[in-house]
Design a protein around this ligand. Structure first.
Ligand SMILES: Cc1cc2nc3c(=O)[nH]c(=O)nc-3n(C[C@H](O)[C@H](O)[C@H](O)COP(=O)(O)OP(=O)(O)OC[C@H]3O[C@@H](n4cnc5c(N)ncnc54)[C@H](O)[C@@H]3O)c2cc1C
Length: 594
């Protein structure tokens, strides 16, 4: 272990990237540049960023792509094997708790918070040489590249970013002045990182059941209670929900507070990290339980608006979770393809077997869908931030759609990629076991699948009518995709109409609530199919994306007979093209879209 620590902290000693397997063992992606090999990402960034932003930021995408396939990947592997350790007391017996992290984690923090400044890039200029905040499209693309190597640390990165958003938007001037300069700093030695504690034993989904109490004592707020799931447990400032004494029950009575780890005189605030969770995944990052023992906290915004304000942070996190799922699925695709193109069985390379090719497509399709969906959502966020109300509405429905479906898809995709590598995929020195373990958290935090599906159908569709903005946006894209065959666009138009009507039906009748996941999946699939057709029809874009649209229409939105063999000649041809390393124009594949 000491040797590993030395290696991680010295910045030297990385094994040369094994580009070829040895003695029959297929290689992995070590040494690849995850930006350079991702044609889809490169194409779509050109569609969603201005040419000026794209040319300024591309060197950073490229640099992070190389890091993700290199140094970051190596650090992530080591950090996963050496999880954080809680030290509850100092040697004098004082409750000065702290968490020890492995040097590999600290080096990743330096890359994320010091070099790339993920936490601040949406809030001020100065990150990556930009004289203004980065567009959301660029931020999420960078998260996507980073998470292909390291998932655990993206929680502290993202939650610091979203905490800054809440403080900037809702805190009073004095609190902003106290917190923001520290939180926006790029000096990781003095910087304050953020987090968010909501969940208690009484409820995670049922936030209104929160029991933590806020009391006013000597002109300050003091918090009493327990938080049961606290990721980034030792953050410098936590945003949390508590009920001021006398406030009504349920979410209406919850206020939002900022809880500093240390007080202004440098002493420890009155709360303790009681223990760390022994988790299935995200093992590099510390999640713990917190006991609040009269801790000093600052009210953020109005006391009766706490839940509503916190939901802004939750929604931002949900979008980032969708991006993280997309990233892990991309890593699965890269790993599966790298292995399948090399591994030999029965005298052939395994990618040549039709049944394996089908499995590869099942891994690639959800990954490509999530890429299109997260960049579409990020682009809507950029337009919403510029004051566009339709884009705000669009983002309202896209966020839980992405979180719900991409996080669910990540699980079978990770398992599928493990299976492509065979037995080695089950062994911890390869990345697949970590991808399988990390995939599962996506369906839990920031709302389970059910909670997100209900949010989509009951609130985004039923109450906010946000699906209308989705319809308008997708119809516009279909109209613009004139290079795609008209018959195919008509099929997509019909599927879109049916999916929207289905969601409305479920939203209108509470007795149909058990259809919420089905309706949400239909919306996600049809939206991604339309998007991919539009993307494929743009000049200079690899038109293979339209073949994915057809696969979605046939397999995700069309009826299947489980008792009949698939006799799809078009699909065999499409598979051939999709698994090749050659891009195509839409004219070349038009015959496969009708
Ligand atoms: C590793 C990890 C880290 C976490 N970090 C944080 C953190 O930093 N901050 C934080 O606040 N929380 C955190 N969480 C908590 C997480 O957000 C919750 O666990 C999650 O929201 C689910 O809440 P719960 O555990 O109370 O489950 P429950 O709410 O009890 O849910 C149990 C089941 O009931 C279902 N269910 C509940 N209500 C309904 C309904 N109305 N209709 C249909 N089904 C329903 C759920 O879908 C779920 O399947 C973390 C969790 C984990 C595992």
């Amino acid at each position: 272990m000491d040797a590993l620590i030395a290696r991680a902290s010295s910045g030297e000693g990385l094994a040369p990237a094994p580009r070829r397997g040895a003695d029959h063992i297929a290689p992995d992606c070590a040494g690849q540049n995850f930006y350079a090999i991702d044609r889809g990402l490169r194409d779509l960034l050109k569609l969603h960023l201005t040419p000026d932003d794209f040319s300024r930021l591309e060197p950073h995408f490229d640099r992070l792509g190389a890091l993700a396939g290199g140094r970051l990947d190596e650090l992530a592997r080591i950090a996963d094997r050496h999880p954080p350790v809680l030290q509850p007391r100092d040697r004098f017996g004082r409750d000065e708790d702290w968490i020890d992290y492995h040097a590999s984690y600290r080096e990743m923090e330096q890359i994320a918070f010091g070099d790339f400044q993920f936490h601040a890039m949406s809030h001020r200029g100065g990150a990556l040489g930009m004289d203004r905040p980065l567009p959301a499209v660029a931020k999420y693309a960078l998260q996507y590249l980073f998470v292909q190597a390291e998932f655990g640390l993206m929680c502290p990165i993202s939650v610091t970013d979203t905490s800054i958003h809440l403080i900037r938007k809702f805190a009073d001037a004095e609190l902003k002045e106290y917190l923001l300069p520290k939180m926006l700093s790029a000096d990781i030695a003095t910087q304050w990182k953020g987090t968010q504690f909501m969940t208690e034993r009484a409820g995670g989904s049922d936030v209104g059941a929160i029991e933590t109490v806020a009391r006013q004592q000597d002109g300050a707020w003091r918090l009493y209670g327990d938080k049961w799931f606290c990721s980034h447990a030792d953050a410098d400032v936590a945003l949390l929900l508590a009920r001021p004494e006398g406030a009504p029950a349920g979410t209406k009575g919850l206020a939002l507070f900022a809880l500093p780890r240390r007080l202004k005189d440098g002493s420890r605030n009155a709360y303790r990290i009681v223990r760390l969770k022994d988790k299935l995944g995200t093992r590099s990052m510390a999640s713990g339980e917190i006991a609040l023992e009269g801790a000093l906290a600052y009210l953020v915004g109005r006391p009766d608006q706490g839940f509503k304000q916190m939901m802004e942070q939750v929604n931002l996190s949900r979008l980032s979770h969708g991006v993280r799922a997309a990233a892990m699925m991309r890593r699965c695709v890269n790993e599966a393809m790298t292995c399948a193109r090399t591994r030999q069985a029965f005298g052939k390379t395994i990618i040549d077997y039709p049944l394996l090719r089908r499995q590869l497509l099942k891994i690639a399709l959800p990954a490509e869908q999530s890429l299109s969906m997260f960049l579409f959502a990020a682009h809507a966020m950029d337009r919403a931030n510029a004051g566009n109300k339709d884009a705000e509405s669009l983002l309202r429905v896209l966020t839980p759609l992405l979180k719900f479906r991409a996080c669910r898809d990540n699980i079978p995709v990770a398992t599928g990629a493990m299976e492509v590598r065979g037995g080695n995929g089950y062994i911890e020195e390869w990345v697949q076991p970590r991808l399988v373990r990390d995939a599962h958290i996506g369906v839990l935090w920031e709302g389970t699948s059910n909670i997100n599906a209900l949010d989509i159908v009951i609130r985004a569709v039923g109450k906010s009518r946000a699906h209308q903005a989705l319809e308008t946006a997708l119809v516009k894209l279909l109209d613009a995709a004139t290079l795609a065959p008209a018959v195919f666009r008509d099929r997509l138009r019909q599927a879109l109409g049916r999916a929207l009507r289905f969601a409305e039906q479920v939203a209108a009748e509470p007795a149909r609530e058990d259809n919420a996941r089905k309706a949400a999946s239909a919306l996600y699939h049809v939206a991604s199919a339309v998007l991919m057709t539009w993307e494929a029809a743009q000049p200079g874009t690899d038109a293979r994306r339209a073949l994915y649209s057809r696969l979605i229409l046939e397999h995700r939105l069309g009826a299947q007979d489980p008792l009949a063999p698939d006799e799809n000649e078009w699909e065999r041809e499409a598979t051939e093209i999709l698994l090749s390393e050659r891009s195509v124009s839409i004219a070349e594949i038009a015959g496969l879209l009708v």
